[in-house]
Design a protein around this ligand. Structure first.
Ligand code: SAM
Length: 274
């Protein structure tokens, strides 16, 4: 099978499961051959080595397995992060949360933060790369994210800046920190998700409880109770009203909600009264 035949075959196989079947067929063939995509266009008549291996990759994608799990890597912000099943694939909207937090860190000269739900390490790694003076204690309740985040922290040489800790929320973080950032699970248990998400990504990273905002509310309680000044969280598009009502119980200077690029409510920053 030549490169051009392989791509045509894979495009047809992926037609039902992918929005851009040819593009994904190319990405997976480039990954399989350890070449750039451009190579495929330059050598269309070359024979594909280990054709069966390529067909296995395509079969996985045809069953909706996310591309990032197949290749073991995800693009996020300005870096490539290792990912594997058991860890949430970092999403582009979380880059907005990072920019919100980066602005506060810069303006307030913050050097000590905690992250709840580190996952692949996406948030803490990008922030640590932006701010060499920053120290982050990053928690997760599950072992696989802690293992994968550890790999990514080592990959970027950030062991001195990011400390991983197995913890429910910030229960195991007695140290004083100035800001907490989190992209917690915030989806309602019965919300219907696409197959590539619900069949492959970890439930612990997705579902925040029966209503969805239970963990977000617990984080607000915990951060307020600990006297930490700032909290920045990602949330679901329909959670602004319940969170706005909930924070009335607390002594805050302000809560600011932000939107994602599609214009949906996507997160908030709270400054608690000192
Ligand atoms: C939505 S993922 C976010 C991962 C990563 N921060 C990102 O933005 O890509 C949520 C993470 O929170 C972790 N988690 C869920 N419940 C938790 C809890 N009670 N305490 C700490 N971490 C928790 C999950 O294991 C998962 O890794």
């Amino acid at each position: 099978m030549t490169i051009s035949q392989a791509l045509k075959w894979a495009k047809d196989v992926l037609a039902e499961s992918c929005e851009r079947p040819l593009f994904e067929a190319e990405l997976l063939l480039a990954y399989h051959l350890r070449k750039e995509r451009l190579y495929l266009h330059m050598y269309v008549d070359e024979t594909v080595e280990d054709e069966e291996g390529y067909k296995r990759l395509i079969a996985r994608r045809a069953k909706h397995e996310p591309y990032e799990y197949i290749v073991g890597s995800a693009s996020f912000y300005d870096i490539e992060l290792d990912v594997e099943p058991g860890v949430l694939i970092p999403r582009p909207e979380t880059e907005i949360l990072i920019d919100k937090v980066a602005k506060i860190i810069e303006e307030e000269g913050i050097t000590r933060i905690a992250e709840i739900g580190v996952g692949s390490g996406a948030i803490s790694v990008v922030l640590a790369r932006k701010f060499p003076q920053l120290h982050s204690i990053a928690t997760d309740i599950c072992d696989t994210p802690l293992k994968v985040a550890g790999k990514n922290i080592r990959k970027f040489g950030l062991e001195e800046q990011i400390e991983l800790r197995k913890s429910n929320l910030i229960d195991q973080v007695p140290e004083s920190v100035e800001l907490v950032v989190s992209n917690p699970p915030y989806i309602a248990e019965e919300f219907i998700l696409e197959s590539n998400v619900v069949d492959y990504e970890p439930g612990e990273a997705l579902f925040g409880g029966k209503v969805g905002d239970e963990l977000l509310k617990q984080i607000i309680r915990d951060v307020s109770c600990r006297g930490i000044r700032y909290l920045a969280c990602e949330m679901g598009y329909d959670q602004k009203a319940p969170i706005e009502a909930f924070v009335k119980e607390f002594e805050i200077e302000f809560i600011e909600f932000y939107q994602d690029l599609a214009g949906f409510d996507r997160g908030f920053v709270i400054k608690f009264k000192g």
